[in-house]
Design a protein around this ligand. Structure first.
Ligand code: MUC
Ligand code: MG
Length: 369
């Protein structure tokens, strides 16, 4: 059923250094996966991560190796199976590797949706909206630069919600930086922070108290990935929304976090979930548990961004919007027609499959040879 699977590592500089507690990014390595079916249809998926092995358990290199060594031979050996049966075989024969699995699944869904002549969202239960709100992440490392960047985004009507990356400086300094930005932008603008697991529970109590008093709207992943007890205590202690990001690794951890009331919002990421279907399952668990949803990113390029966007269009309650701005952080366009960001939202195409057309010459120029 499938003829070939190819993984391309595409290096693109960012528009400015992107400083996070886990890494500072000057270049993003997009991990693009191209699947060709026996009848000549081509589907794309993406397994991009952040900072090599700085963020998660898979790196661009491990994804490429594992796809070539394990996923491609397996996919080529399967025949007469539908999409669900194919994914079942992959899950049965390959452990872990959520990012690689997500990229393969995206490509298979892209092919299937093209075959049926439907946008990918319709294979995930159907879309409820044609565009989704997108915030912008301020991470230049400099308060004045961040304020100017935010003001420009508001003026352009591109973003009016901002997430600030903190956690690499002492708590007091980070709080000062956040509250200066909050004050400069005014009370109408929603400010959230992402600590990327940098705080101990004691630092979190101190920082969250001050940020809550200063009018910040949400705290993302304050403590360590496995410290669910701390996440639970913070969620119970504070009124401000506490969001699970790195701790949320698919339906199973969604269930555990929900059971333990360890978050009030889930950052749903397709790759962290292990696939688009699994990301929808995370959304369903959140719904049942009364947890709000937010569409997260691994700072993917347009393929992963669109895969996530199709998932997000199916969510009934997308209370915190999304951060699907990844392509806007890159200096090079790899689509024939760029994604449409307008009026603070990303438009999700209604054409078959992912609804994007890649510029293959451009990709060939930028890819790691
Ligand atoms: C994260 O932890 O949320 C998303 C946006 C951004 O700037 O970093 C990522 C990862
Ligand atoms: Mg995060």
């Amino acid at each position: 059923m499938y003829k070939s699977v190819e993984t391309l590592l595409v290096e693109i500089p960012t528009i400015r250094p992107h400083k996070m507690a886990v890494a500072t990014m000057q270049t993003q390595t997009l991990v693009l996966v191209k699947v060709t079916s026996n009848d000549g249809l081509v589907g794309w998926g993406e397994a991009t991560t952040i900072g090599g092995l700085g963020y998660g358990e898979e790196s661009p290199e491990s994804v490429k190796t594992n796809i070539a060594t394990y996923f491609e031979p397996l996919l080529k050996s399967l025949s007469g199976l539908n999409f669900a049966q194919t994914m079942q075989q992959i899950k049965k024969q390959i452990n872990g590797n959520r990012f690689a699995k997500c990229a393969i699944q995206t490509a298979l869904l892209d092919i299937q949706a093209q075959r049926l002549g439907l946008p990918l969202s319709e294979l995930l239960g159907g879309r409820l909206r044609d565009s989704i709100p997108v915030l912008w992440v301020l991470a230049s490392g400099n308060t004045e630069k961040d304020i100017a960047e935010a003001q420009k985004m508001i003026e352009l009507k591109r973003h009016n919600i901002f997430k600030l990356k903190i956690g690499s400086r002492p708590v007091e300094q980070d709080v000062e930086h956040v509250l200066a930005i909050k004050k400069a932008l005014g009370s109408d603008i929603s400010i959230r922070v992402d600590v990327n697991r940098a705080w101990s529970e004691r630092q979190a109590v101190q920082g969250i108290q001050l940020l809550q008093e200063g009018g910040v709207d949400l705290i993302e992943q304050p403590c360590a990935i496995d410290n669910i007890d701390a996440m639970q205590r913070l969620t119970e202690r504070f009124d401000i929304a506490i969001m699970a990001d790195e701790s949320l690794m698919g339906p199973n951890s969604a269930y555990q976090l929900a059971r333990r009331n360890a978050a009030s919002v889930f950052a749903v990421k397709v790759a962290q979930s292990g696939g688009l279907v699994e990301a929808c399952e995370v959304g369903k668990i959140a719904n049942l548990a009364g947890i709000d949803l937010y569409g997260g990113t691994m700072l993917e390029g347009p393929v992963g961004t669109m895969a996530s966007a199709h998932v997000c269009t199916t969510f009934e309650n997308l209370a915190y919007g999304t951060e699907l701005f990844g392509p806007l952080l890159l200096t090079e366009e790899i689509l024939k027609t760029p994604l449409q960001y307008q009026q603070f939202e990303l438009v999700v195409p209604t054409t078959p499959g992912l609804g994007i057309e890649l510029d293959l010459d451009k990709i060939d120029n930028l890819r790691r040879k």
